[in-house]
Design a protein around this ligand. Structure first.
Ligand SMILES: NC(=O)c1ccc[n+]([C@@H]2O[C@H](COP(=O)([O-])OP(=O)(O)OC[C@H]3O[C@@H](n4cnc5c(N)ncnc54)[C@H](O)[C@@H]3O)[C@@H](O)[C@H]2O)c1
Length: 596
């Protein structure tokens, strides 16, 4: 029978500890909550009160249950208060020597049968355990932030953790309503090992002015459906904690340069910009501890201001191409009130595109999202052509032809001859350098990338790519157009993968490497990212949807352009593609889809 835990201790009531106290107390378990000093104890108590009051205000917790919850928590300064608890979870700052000291002390204070657990994100549980005389009763219980919300717990066993202790802790997680994955002691476990390279890369993008904080965060939220952008997440985690996690992962995890903390992080930590907890990190918050972002000197002006920034007036738009993207883009522009000239390579293709646009608009009518009159008006705004000459009087051209540089360059050279001066020429390429396309014209200042996501009528994000030759007016125009389309346009530099793919695919590739190393299973890795980080899909689900061949091609390009050894495609990914296991489209990828 599983061991009964009636009282647990929590050491350190910061970002994580206060949340962990709440999780236990909510589930009827008495908690001894310990801090290092009276002021720190008061801060922890205030965090718990704030969180439970918010839950009551939102109707998620009855006032009486809140009061009962608080009665279960006993606050104390110093570890001596933990003499009779059944289990302790330590959540002090991420420093090995500090944690070792605390575990040696806990070993002395706690009952001999008590389990001692650490909430460390990246340090070795084994190294922490040897500071005690009971390493077989030491385990990692890694909660996710915010602990009361996130469903996942990573249970970390060392080579000496006793199997009974693992089973008891797993049963406890179930009692707390959490889903646990049990894994061995490796830097970053599952979720952080996959998350922190990505977060650090995003900080690097920000540091190098590749894109603004708002645009990096919007890109990942809207392009991948993540609950928050990477920089907002860094602020939530705490920059000091994030720094320590990266630093440890770098040292323990094979000195992967992608985990070497970006220099800006250290500077921000030194300057006291720790994120939400200090009221300022990448963003500025109402007050320390508040989740509410307030404008600061880096907050960009509202999108309408782009018009004042020299954006050109756009009324008529040409869309070149007849594939999935071109079809979606034609619909998006026509629905937003633009006059659209569609150019394909022949009347037959035009007829097909026209049919596809009609079908899609009709679906909108059936679903009640579009009136019949609006559908007819949108269709009425589109003219169909098989010659580029009809683009002589448009204000903007969006090219969405095959992803081949020679074809795109030839097309842009023709557009250069046909289009009037001042037109913005945009390519939807997702992988080719926009500057190559721009230099095929005599007007590179007017060329931008407009990277729509598939399906264009649905996805709310567009990456606006400016090359080193793009004029501020062309960028402002592209951004203003995105706003008129009801999309969020994020501006970034002309580098492989832009923002979204550059941040997404290395993470997917890392997940494949983790599977390849047999550290965990595809199911557990998918669970960890969905339940620990709130991702809409796990990496293997997503890879099977996107297509393994497409993912491999993107990863190869990132590797070739950035020469980052950590970006080299995982051999397992290459092998699956060679074997023809491409994902859902071939009914087999990481998973077998033939029976679903
Ligand atoms: N922040 C996250 O998102 C996150 C997520 C999961 C795990 N973790 C891990 O949880 C642990 C705590 O991180 P955090 O972000 O909550 O840190 P934090 O800085 O927000 O809080 C740490 C708390 O520990 C207290 N403390 C320091 N020394 C102490 C001592 N000797 N005795 C008692 N209390 C002491 C501090 O006063 C502070 O309140 C770290 O190991 C971290 O890696 C963090």
């Amino acid at each position: 029978m599983a061991r009964e835990f009636s009282t647990v201790g929590v050491v350190g009531l910061g970002t994580m500890g206060a949340g962990i106290v709440e999780v236990f107390a909510r589930n009827g378990i008495d908690v001894v909550a310990v801090e290092i000093s009276e002021p720190a104890l008061e801060r922890g108590r205030a965090t718990l009160t704030g969180s439970t009051d918010r839950a009551v205000a939102k109707g998620k917790l009855a006032a009486a249950d809140r009061d009962a919850l608080h009665e279960r928590v006993h606050f104390a300064v110093g570890l001596d208060a933990l003499h009779s608890v059944d289990l302790v979870i330590e959540a002090v700052p991420e420093h090995l020597d500090l944690k070792q000291r605390i575990f040696a002390e806990l070993d002395r204070v706690c009952r001999p049968e008590a389990i001692l657990a650490t909430n460390t994100s990246s340090l070795s549980v084994t190294e922490i355990s040897v500071a005690t005389t009971r390493p077989n009763q030491v385990i990692g219980i890694h909660f996710f932030n915010p602990a009361p919300v996130m469903k996942l717990v990573e249970v970390v066993r060392t080579v000496v953790t006793s199997p009974e202790v693992v089973a008891d802790v797993e049963a406890l997680c179930a009692r707390l309503g959490k889903v646990d994955v049990t894994i061995n002691d490796r830097a970053g476990f599952i979720a952080n090992a996959l998350l922190f390279g990505y977060l650090n890369h995003a900080v690097g993008m920000f540091e190098s002015h590749y894109a603004t904080r708002e645009d990096i965060d919007a890109a990942m939220k809207l392009g991948c459906g993540l609950p928050m952008g990477p920089l907002a997440l860094m602020d939530l985690i705490g920059l000091d904690t994030a720094y320590e996690i990266l630093d440890t992962m770098y040292r323990r995890g094979g000195r992967d340069r992608r985990h070497a903390p970006v220099p800006l992080l250290k500077q921000m930590v030194t300057a006291g910009l720790l994120g939400r907890k200090s009221g300022r990190g990448f963003y500025t918050y109402e007050r320390p501890g508040s989740p509410v972002v307030v404008p600061d000197e880096a907050t960009p002006p509202a999108t309408e201001a782009a018009l004042a920034d020299g954006a050109r007036a756009i009324a008529k738009v040409g869309v070149v191409g007849s594939g999935t993207m071109a079809t979606g883009i034609i619909e998006v522009f026509a629905k937003a009130g633009y006059e659209v000239v569609s150019v394909t390579r022949g009347a037959e293709k035009s007829a097909k595109v026209c049919e596809a646009v009609k079908t899609s608009l009709n679906k909108g009518v059936v679903r009640g999202k579009l009136s019949e009159a609006d559908r007819d008006a949108a269709l009425g705004r589109i003219s169909w052509s098989a010659t580029l000459d009809h683009l002589a009087d448009v204000d903007l051209v969006v090219e969405a032809v095959v992803e081949e540089l020679s074809v795109k360059k030839a097309l842009f050279a023709s557009l250069d001859e046909i289009c009037k001066p001042g037109v913005v020429l945009a390519t939807t390429t997702s992988s080719l350098p926009v500057i190559d396309v721009a230099m095929a014209t005599q007007r590179p200042a007017d060329v931008v990338g407009l990277h729509f996501f598939n399906p264009a009528p649905v996805m709310p994000l567009v990456e606006v790519v400016r090359t080193i030759r793009t004029s501020p007016e062309a960028t402002a125009t592209a951004r203003a157009v995105c706003a008129t389309l009801g999309k969020t346009g994020v501006v970034c530099g002309d580098r492989s993968g832009f923002i979204v793919n550059a941040l997404l695919f290395p993470y997917l590739n890392d997940a494949v490497r983790m599977l390849e190393a047999s550290y965990s299973t595809a199911d557990d890795i998918d669970h960890a990212m969905k339940l620990g980080c709130g991702y809409p899909m796990g990496p293997f689900e997503l890879l099977d949807v996107v297509g393994l061949d497409v993912s491999l091609a993107i990863q190869r390009e990132l590797y070739l352009e950035l020469r980052e050894p950590g970006f080299a495609p995982a051999p397992l990914l290459e092998h699956l593609v060679t074997a023809g296991y491409l994902g859902r489209k071939t009914l087999r990828g990481f998973r077998d889809h033939s029976h679903r």
